[in-house]
Design a protein around this ligand. Structure first.
Ligand SMILES: Cc1cc2nc3c(=O)[nH]c(=O)nc-3n(C[C@H](O)[C@H](O)[C@H](O)COP(=O)(O)OP(=O)(O)OC[C@H]3O[C@@H](n4cnc5c(N)ncnc54)[C@H](O)[C@@H]3O)c2cc1C
Length: 264
């Protein structure tokens, strides 16, 4: 059986790798560790209401995939008026491939890729986030940047509405620390955006200096997320925007159960 060669160890590539391995497929994941990768910055939160009408039908199957592969966690975040809002989440630290092959993929073709001066044969899944256009000329993908911050200590989960469909959240994504994120998503990200995010964190009680800054480019594609067969044994998926956890799961299942299953 061919191996699955994955370009990118973000939420898209890592979930495809995990899904395929669970089906007994051998997988090799390549990631050169580009600064600005979106996934390490993600809070990993999701909820059905965020899915919108277009993604509604995919939400439950995606949750089932996430639960089977990683187990889904639940967190209640408290609004300023004391009401609580429940969210589901899977920390990206649980999903992301711990040891991808640290090589730049320089070319992909039908059933092959090149990295480290070597050609590898197999099924190919390009999950290269905002860098995906390198492998599909003409693909209209751009990044919207945002930064999340990690503070030491575990603070009770909080949420604050800052604009329509946008909230600042602080919660324990990973043990021993508090993850803060405020939905900033800018094509032209400036120091001012960062200053505003840190002010919002301080206003929610996170006044100490953060111990980590996670800056990521959310991939946006015109007309919504894309999953495309670009050759008989090569597929590409990106456009996870603010929903990379759920979309990564939907596309992982489609890649393995529909596309690879029916390929020659
Ligand atoms: C601050 C912030 C908060 C977010 N919060 C959430 C959230 O709560 N819930 C949610 O669902 N989503 C959230 N998101 C969105 C989510 O992070 C993205 O949708 C998702 O991470 C996109 O995943 P990806 O795998 O497509 O891209 P990426 O994570 O960018 O991964 C692409 C990878 O490909 C690698 N790569 C690219 N080109 C090459 C090459 N030629 N050779 C080798 N490797 C290569 C890069 O190094 C990179 O690691 C958030 C994003 C940000 C920035």
């Amino acid at each position: 059986m061919p191996v699955l060669l994955v370009v990118g160890a973000g939420l898209f590539g890592s979930q495809a790798a995990a899904y395929a391995r669970q089906k007994g497929i051998e997988v090799r994941v390549f990631d050169s560790g580009l600064p600005g990768a979106a996934s390490p910055a993600a809070a990993g939160l999701f909820k059905e209401a965020w899915a919108g009408r277009k993604l509604q039908e995919h939400f439950r199957p995606a949750v089932a995939v996430l639960d089977r592969l990683y187990g889904i966690l639940h967190v209640d975040l408290t609004h300023d008026d004391g009401t609580k809002e429940g969210f589901l989440f899977v920390p990206p630290t649980t999903i992301l491939e711990p040891n991808p092959i640290r090589q730049v993929v320089t070319a992909v073709g039908d059933g092959w890729l090149e990295a480290g001066g070597q050609r590898h044969q197999g099924w190919v899944y390009v999950a290269a986030g905002v860098w995906s256009a390198r492998f599909l000329p003409g693909l209209d993908v751009h990044g919207k940047a945002g930064t999340s911050f990690v503070f030491t200590g575990e603070q009770a989960g909080r949420i604050r509405n800052i604009a329509h469909g946008r909230q600042a959240i602080a919660f324990v994504r990973d043990p021993g620390c508090t993850h803060f994120s405020d939905g900033t998503a800018e094509r032209d990200y400036k120091d001012e955006h960062e200053r505003q995010s840190l002010e919002r964190a301080a206003a929610m009680g996170l006044t100490a200096a953060p111990v980590r800054r996670l800056h990521g480019l959310r991939p946006y594609t015109k007309g919504g997320p894309i999953f495309q067969k670009i050759a008989s044994r090569t597929w590409l998926a990106t456009g996870g925007r603010k929903m990379g956890t759920i979309l990564g799961a939907v596309f992982a299942q489609r890649l393995v159960d529909v596309e690879i299953e029916n390929s020659d």
